[in-house]
Ligand binder design. Structure first.
Ligand code: ATP
Ligand code: MG
Length: 415
């Protein structure tokens, strides 16, 4: 027996209903905010993610699914996230010269070689948006508002927006120096990865989940205390805008995001009380990304929302969860002529747009009725020889038990 690969999942209809419901909400909200759907390839040249996500990140260093193509020397990688591909597509299409902003959304599968656990899988599903061409805090507020709108509409109450600014290339050097002097003083408490980060990407020191490192990180200087005047003004305007828009947040200096290309605004939506994988959405501004991929200087802002994490949060909160639709009618049949008639009526009603079921297994009448109950059919119709002969039968309302006589040739179901 061949089993599925570790960290992947099979999604059966009862769970797929939930995914489809969420995807529907995500599409509707994104489109309401003016984002259009973009579809990019599942795999790209490895270099795109090395440059776009950053070679000091865990994603690039440890988590990518990379393989040699059959007839090419360059390697290929299954996308670990969505932003780099969208930026590449934008540059490649020549749309960087079009009217700004350009707003895209996507619902994609992503691949990361991580330790599988609740809310963390190797193939996972992400809803994301990207907006290019605006440095204005209104763009940041728009991105945040889309994510907030989705979470609000789903009915999640325990999710909080954590907001921070990590500055730009103007303020970064000064902040980096302050950070390094703090961590240097506590070198003995840091893990090997963090010691390595001190050399390569000090900002990521703030992101370590190792408890002693996290302790040191807690007392570290905060990016928001070291912003240049332009970054500070940007952050202040964003905060004021969100307040006026009725989007509540907490300023959280510990949010730095794992990916290299972030500048200024970074944010996470965190579900209280669902355990370790509580970040349902993470995003931020990536003003350097497009240029670093060979495009023009074009600012951008976006987020990725983990669909399975949203589902975990919904279940933890007991939010009402949609169930698979039940058939409007189940037609039970006794005997061959009735079985054929049942197929004919079922087909007629299905063509009219109704969800109708009948027996295709050849079960006894009793077993058919039991199955109709299991499916939770709203109405049932029992066909035997006499019903087929007279062209009439009793339509039974399963909710209240009432029966109405209907003519088989042309009856319609109540709406
Ligand atoms: P984490 O800190 O949880 O590893 P991340 O910083 O790696 O998250 P991003 O790259 O920002 O996450 O991805 C955006 C969102 O995608 C996350 O907030 C999360 O909801 C979801 N996500 C990321 N990795 C996984 C995964 N392996 N399985 C399921 N969802 C994931
Ligand atoms: Mg991660």
């Amino acid at each position: 027996m061949i089993q599925k690969i570790k960290g992947t999942m099979d999604i059966f209809p009862d769970e797929a209903v939930l995914f489809r419901y969420l995807e529907g909400v995500m599409r509707e909200e994104a489109e309401k905010y003016g984002f259009g759907e973009i579809r990019t390839p599942t795999f790209e040249w490895t270099d795109l993610f090395v440059r776009g996500v950053g070679d000091t990140t865990d994603v690039v260093q440890k988590e990518m699914y990379t393989f040699a193509d059959r007839d090419e020397e360059r390697t290929i990688t299954l996308r670990p996230e969505g932003t780099a591909s969208v930026a590449r597509a934008l540059i490649e299409s020549g749309k960087c010269g079009d009217a700004m902003p350009q707003k895209f959304y996507y619902i994609i599968n992503c691949f990361r070689h991580e330790k599988p656990q609740a809310g963390r899988s190797r193939e996972f599903f992400q809803f994301g948006t990207e907006m290019f061409g605006s440095e204005n805090p209104a763009a940041d507020a728009t991105a945040i508002a889309v994510a907030a709108a989705v979470l609000r509409r789903i009915g999640l109450k325990s999710v909080r927006l954590h907001l921070n600014s990590i500055g730009c290339k103007e303020c970064r050097p000064q902040y980096r120096a302050a950070l390094l002097s703090h961590f240097s003083a506590h070198k003995d408490r840091l893990c090997d990865t963090c010691l390595d980060r001190m050399e390569k990407n000090p900002l990521r020191l703030l992101d370590c989940k190792n408890p002693p490192c996290a302790e040191v990180a807690k007392e570290a200087p905060r990016t928001i205390d070291h912003l240049c005047p332009a970054c500070e003004a940007h952050f202040k305007t964003l905060c004021a805008t969100l307040e006026k828009m009725g989007i509540s947040y907490v300023v959280d200096p510990s949010i730095v995001r794992g990916l290299d290309y972030y500048t200024r605004t970074v944010f996470e939506f965190v579900a209280e009380g669902i355990g370790a994988q509580s970040t349902v959405c993470g995003g931020g501004r990536y003003d350097g990304l497009v240029a670093s991929l060979g495009g023009p200087e074009l600012p951008g802002i976006g987020f990725g929302m983990g669909i399975t994490r949203v589902i975990l949060a919904m279940k933890a909160e007991g939010v009402e969860i949609p169930v698979a639709p039940a058939p409007k009618l189940y037609i039970a049949a006794l005997g061959e002529a009735a079985a054929i008639e049942a197929m004919a009526i079922t087909e007629r009603l299905r063509r009219e747009g109704q969800y109708v079921e009948c027996d295709v297994v050849g079960r006894s009448l009793k077993a058919q009725m039991k199955y109709a109950n299991k499916l939770n059919a709203a109405y049932t119709l029992i066909l035997g020889d006499s019903e087929v002969e007279s062209g009439r039968a009793q339509l039974r309302n399963m909710q209240d038990g009432t029966q109405t006589e209907v003519t088989l040739a042309d009856f319609t179901l109540p709406a």
